[in-house]
Design a protein around this ligand. Structure first.
Ligand SMILES: Cc1ncc(COP(=O)(O)O)c(C=O)c1O
Length: 316
């Protein structure tokens, strides 16, 4: 499709698009497409690029909206096995068929907190057929401190078949305002605008988004908080004999005995289970405020201190 059919950014959205461009070093903000959360952009991508029966690959423990959006569009989700809870480029490539239209990769991934390096992403893009759209969902990119990580801005700029998705729901803590954005080629942007509902992004989220991207002090504070409390939580679990998985985000997964999971709920701490992935013994714990973090650990200490709790009695 030609970029001439662009109807956005409009005057009302252009302020935010410009602010995103400045914050993220994007030279051509007209290739930024706003969405009512990145969930809406995922839906728009499947709607625009999948015909019934077409396949979209997602990773085994990848973000669940990928297979859901694929099915809603009449497509067939194909799951590429993870390697130790990390996406595997080789496994993704093995899933390619003549019907593959999209590869979805959350990088870093929710719920596992693991990521693929810049080199691995490049290898994936180079080895994927050029007709396959690579969608890099970098919802948690702002938290990642690894030198070999890229959210994908460079790949979008170097290739015309890669899309990067971002959200205001994580680092910016604006999930309820529903704001996400895609960065992609002119042609993909035009295609997205062609399927975009006319009134998706709400008027309140736009100035809030501008304020959020410009508030570097808040972003720094969140990062410092995470740098302290993520390892603190993981260490406290280790002291209790548990094995938290490493994570580059603001959450991690951990395998807990059934009784411990139930005990947390009894203490009013609702943790996210990975049961949707057939892994009910795993939970995902997000870093909270100091009191929340201490409350989780206090509950776990109490649980393991209970006289009647013996390791051999615990079931997963
Ligand atoms: C990897 C990933 N992508 C996208 C989203 C959706 O974010 P939004 O609130 O912008 O729709 C989430 C939210 O949980 C997520 O974890």
């Amino acid at each position: 499709m030609s970029s001439k059919i662009h109807t956005y950014p409009t005057e009302s959205t252009s302020g935010l698009v410009e602010a995103i461009g400045v914050r993220y070093g994007i030279n051509d903000p007209s290739r930024i497409v706003l969405g009512c959360g990145s969930d809406e952009l995922i839906r728009m991508l499947t709607q625009a690029y999948l015909e019934p029966g077409d396949e979209a690959i997602h990773t085994q423990y990848g973000f669940l909206q990928f297979p859901i959006a694929t099915k809603i569009a009449g497509g067939v989700p194909v799951s590429a096995p993870d390697n130790h809870y990390t996406a595997s480029v080789d496994a993704i490539l093995e899933c390619i068929s003549s019907r593959t239209k999209i590869v979805f990769l959350a990088n870093p991934n929710n719920p596992t907190g693991t990521y693929l390096s810049n080199n691995e992403l490049r290898r994936l893009r180079v080895e994927l057929p050029s007709r396959v759209l690579l969608v890099l969902d970098a919802a948690y990119a702002e938290y990642v401190q690894m030198h070999d990580y890229t959210a994908g801005i460079d790949l979008v700029e170097q290739t015309d078949n890669t899309v990067m998705l971002r959200t205001f729901s994580k680092m910016y803590a604006m999930a309820g305002l529903r704001l996400g954005w895609a960065y992609c080629s002119d042609d993909i942007a035009a295609t997205l605008y062609a399927v975009k509902p006319p009134y998706s992004v709400n008027a309140l989220s736009l100035p809030a988004g501008v304020a959020a991207v410009n508030d570097l002090k808040f972003q720094k504070k969140s990062l410092s908080h995470n740098a302290i409390w993520l390892p603190w939580l993981q260490n406290e679990f280790k002291k209790l004999g548990m094995k938290p998985y490493s994570s580059v985000t603001n959450f991690f997964i951990i395998r807990l005995p059934k009784q411990a999971r139930e005990y947390l709920v009894k203490r009013g701490i609702i943790v996210r289970s990975m049961s949707d992935y057939g892994k009910k013994e795993f939970i995902r714990i997000s870093v909270g405020l100091e009191d929340d973090n201490r409350a989780v650990i206090a509950a776990m200490v109490d649980f393991f201190n209970q006289i009647e709790v013996r390791t051999q009695d615990l079931s997963l």
